[in-house]
Design a protein. Structure first.
Length: 321
């Protein structure tokens, strides 16, 4: 099999049908977008649905056994298999695959560097956020630049074959030819809604889910200084989990009136379930694998089969290609 990082002999020149006009006006460098970091902070590290869905994908992908064949004969000993078993020091195939797959699901991009020259001795996964793509005139990047910790390393790209010592794979992005589109982009609103619902519920629980109220004065409305002192009193005595259930003590001319809140107002479970469906669907994970309430013995097995056939196998084929 042809090793994907090895330079091949020169072949016929190929070019993008748009030719040199394909270059972005101004010769802009398509650097990483700072907004994409939110997919890590608000998605993978904060949203339980996003984390669980990506974890399901990674675990299922790690269970796929990679075999090498020459014709119909299986090859059990080969440098490629050795490299996959131990891509880099202190890194197993599952470790390497996890980084590549998580990046693919978060950013729509995967990147890995071949080290050793010739046939690579090591494969190092890298975060696509640290990669800058230098646009080329014929639809092939001129180079990839890895910028991290105040250090830049440039990886040239063969303008005929498109091969490089950096493997950079991306999904189709109609708004940006050079960068991939994150699957989370389509699920961002649903994920934000889910995060907001969790924060809202947490705020209620901090106050024992007690609704706010009003202070009604029977006589003359007090001055601004009195109102300010009362606001501070309620903040100190009524808010926070330590003050849950606290009874306010007011002067005889003031009355505490709790604002009623119906069960409909406080019920956000339906919204949370719907947003969970949208997030899981965008990442290609059947809901029974995410929501225990939606799973039964029968549909759980079907969900695992759908995850493998509809999501994991296409992702593995994309990576191995």
């Amino acid at each position: 099999m042809a090793w994907p990082f090895r330079r091949r002999a020169a072949i016929e020149t190929k070019a993008h049908p748009n030719g040199a006009a394909f270059v972005v006006p101004g010769g802009a460098q398509w650097a990483r977008s700072s907004g994409r970091k939110q997919y890590i902070d608000e998605g993978y590290q904060l949203n339980v649905i996003v984390y669980r869905a990506i974890t399901e994908i990674v675990r299922a992908a790690g269970a796929v056994k990679i075999e090498l064949y020459r014709g119909d004969d299986a090859i059990t000993s080969h440098p490629l298999l050795n490299l996959l078993d131990n891509p880099a020091p202190l890194m197993t195939w599952q470790d390497w695959l996890t980084e590549m797959m998580v990046n693919r699901m978060l950013f729509g991009e995967m990147a890995s560097i071949a080290a050793g020259g010739g046939t690579p001795a090591e494969l190092w996964p890298i975060n696509p956020l640290h990669v800058i793509v230098k646009p080329g005139a014929n639809g092939i990047p001129l180079a990839y630049v890895h910028e991290h910790n105040n250090r830049k390393v440039r990886f040239e790209v063969d303008q005929i074959t498109g091969q490089s010592d950096m493997l950079f794979s991306k999904t189709y992005n109609p708004n940006d030819y050079w960068r991939g589109q994150s699957p989370l982009m389509a699920a961002a609103l649903a994920a934000d809604t889910h995060n907001s619902g969790m924060r809202w519920n947490f705020s209620l629980l901090k106050n024992s889910a007690r609704p706010s109220g009003v202070v009604r004065f029977k006589g003359q409305y007090p001055g601004g200084e009195t109102i300010a002192r009362m606001r501070e009193y309620f903040k100190a005595k009524m808010q926070g989990s330590d003050n849950a259930g606290e009874i306010p003590m007011l002067a005889e001319d003031a009355e505490w009136v709790a604002l009623s809140q119906t069960a409909r107002d406080m019920d956000f479970l339906n919204v949370m379930k719907e947003t969970s469906k949208y997030v899981a669907s965008a990442l290609g994970v059947p809901l029974p694998l995410i929501d225990n309430d939606a799973s039964t013995f029968n549909n759980l097995e079907q969900a695992k089969e759908r995850l493998d056939t509809d999501t994991v196998i296409p992702l593995m084929e994309e990576m191995l290609a």
